[in-house]
Every structure is written in C-alpha cells, then in structure tokens.
Design a protein. Structure first.
Length: 85
C-alpha cells in the first residue's frame, strides 16, 4: 500500500513534479498570499479549546445552531458571550 494524501494515492509522477518544482525554487510571495489554514478571527491568533459533550448534548446543540442558521462554533461563541456578559 503506497502513500496517500486525503485518501488519494500519490503517484510517482506527482512526486517527480513536486521534486522538480522544489528544485526550481518556490515563489515565496505567492505562497504567502495563498493563505494556510482557517482565516483568523481577529488581530491575534485564536486558541482551540477541547470540550467533551454527550451525543445528546451535541445533538441538541447542533439542532439549535441549525435553527438559528449558525455553525456549531458560531453558536457556542455566541452562547459563551451572552453568558459572560
């Protein structure tokens, strides 16, 4: 079984193309403009906080978030902000 990226097999041709690109050099300015990861939420980096929920709690949270047309994260942030106010 060969190497995969996101479950898709990596071919020898891809490896050769990547090696040639690396040998030619990368356009660092273009790479910086591409952006990596999720977009920021402010001037400072956000911190990820792990939280354990039961399947029932998670289902209730997701249902409420869907009713309010929000993502799970948006709903949790809004709820925390309202609680802390």
């Amino acid at each position: 079984m060969g190497e995969t990226i996101n479950g898709v097999p990596v071919t020898e041709k891809q490896i050769s193309e990547w090696a040639a690109e690396a040998e030619d050099g990368f356009d660092l300015e273009a790479m910086k403009r591409r952006g990596r990861g999720r977009p920021g939420r402010g001037a400072e980096p956000s911190q990820v906080v792990a939280l354990r929920l039961t399947s029932e709690e998670l289902a209730a949270l997701d249902a409420r978030a869907a009713r309010e047309h929000k993502t799970r994260s948006e709903f949790i942030r809004d709820a925390l902000a309202a609680y802390a106010a």
